[in-house]
Design a protein around this ligand. Structure first.
Ligand SMILES: Nc1ncnc2c1ncn2[C@@H]1O[C@H](COP(=O)(O)OP(=O)(O)OP(=O)(O)O)[C@@H](O)[C@H]1O
Length: 358
């Protein structure tokens, strides 16, 4: 294989006792985004227990590989101890030296690498500014909020200028608002430092906010890797579609670039024949059945849920049996408002429909 820059994970298997947690896992993580040259960030996204943290730990050198190898810029690091890999790591919580100040925590890796006092002071100042922690520099780590502590952990991991950063659920201990804020902030910091990153999350929006590529994991393997917007539009199979938030999978028939379903038609870049579509609540448009527009399918509202983002309806298609076409889909969720019992017409918002099949 031609030598590539970045991280190459080839056929890696990791066992815990008799349980194989990573199966013949292969993944390439580039250093930069080809189109822009910006530092690349890859999010590992998958259900609980699929092996995300194990993979991050294996990359960090904290798990023994049963088979396979891990290389960085062509160098085999599979047997290189963690502290010699030149990778920075941030875990969920609890990694700071509590008795030490913010500055000393950030300086930790630099002292261990025997940087001069002057260089350490300059680098710590740089990171305090970058992570907006300057006013907290002399504060003991015990007196920080959760969000501040994670920024210190990030600054500490970045201080020695690692060639790769590994983040394992760095925001999961924080509340929703802070997570959104910090996700964007971390992305900016990684871009400013030009540090390629692999991060673990189980939150789709966090993955999209922090990463330019998402690697979907299932049962110890990688099933699909794509930029977020492409992944939402082209999940490779119904499992990935449902994992990514599609609440209904419907069958469609493609003819001359147009996929037709009972909800309506949409243009697709596919050959003639059957295709499956993944529908999210946002993929459907709901109008009152009395309207003049005959498009879409007749349905009845059976449930209304009030979410922070607006109302969500569950509607049951009228006159459609459980196995009567439409991919056996007789109920769908839609972002819309309306009273239970109301008759509506449900159509597609073509831009928001996922075409399954990679
Ligand atoms: N130290 C360990 N010893 C034995 N089994 C382990 C160990 N760590 C993890 N496992 C098992 O390995 C599997 C994968 O765990 P891992 O933590 O990698 O998953 P994950 O995808 O990160 O999950 P989550 O999203 O819940 O954190 C699970 O079945 C877990 O119980």
């Amino acid at each position: 294989m031609a030598e590539r820059n970045g991280l190459d994970i080839d056929g890696v298997r990791v066992d815990y006792g008799s349980q194989t947690v990573l199966h013949d896992l292969t993944l390439h993580v580039p250093v930069g985004v080809p189109a822009t040259g910006a530092a690349s960030a890859t999010a590992l996204l998958g259900p609980s227990g699929c092996g995300k943290s194990t993979l991050i730990r294996a990359i960090a050198g904290l798990e023994t590989l049963h088979t396979g190898r891990i290389r960085f810029d062509g160098q085999d690091v599979s047997r290189v101890p963690p502290h010699r890999r030149d990778f920075g790591v941030v875990f969920q919580t609890g990694q700071l030296f509590e008795s030490q100040t913010v500055s000393r925590n950030i300086a930790y890796g630099l002292r261990a690498r025997r940087w001069s006092r002057r260089d350490i002071a300059a680098r710590v100042d740089e990171l305090l500014t970058l992570t907006r922690l300057t006013v907290l520099r002399d504060r003991p780590a015990t007196a920080l909020s959760g969000g501040q502590a994670q920024r210190v952990a990030l600054a500490r991991a970045l201080a020695p200028r690692p060639r790769l950063l590994l983040l394992d659920e760095p925001l999961s201990a924080l509340d929703r608002r802070l997570r959104d804020e910090l996700a964007a902030e971390i992305r900016d910091i990684l871009q400013a430092t030009g540090t390629p990153t692999v991060l673990v999350t189980h939150d789709h929006s966090e993955a999209a906010a922090m990463a330019d590529r998402i690697a979907v994991m299932r049962d110890g393997g990688i099933v699909q890797v794509l930029p977020p917007d492409e992944l939402w539009r082209r999940p490779r199979d119904p499992w990935v579609a449902e994992f990514l938030g599609c609440t209904a999978i419907v069958d469609a028939d493609v003819r001359d670039g147009l996929a037709t379903t009972r909800f309506g038609a949409l243009p697709v870049d596919r050959a003639d024949g059957p295709v499956q579509l993944g529908l999210r609540p946002e993929s459907l448009r709901v109008v009152a059945a009395s309207g003049a527009d005959p498009a879409g399918v007749l349905a009845e509202v059976i449930r209304v849920v009030s979410l922070p983002t607006g109302f969500r309806l569950r509607v049951r298609l009228v006159g459609v049996g459980a196995t009567d076409g439409a991919g056996e889909c007789t109920e769908v969720d839609a972002v819309a408002d309306g009273p239970v019992g109301a008759r509506v017409r449900v159509g597609l918002d073509a831009e928001r429909v996922a075409v399954i099949g990679g």
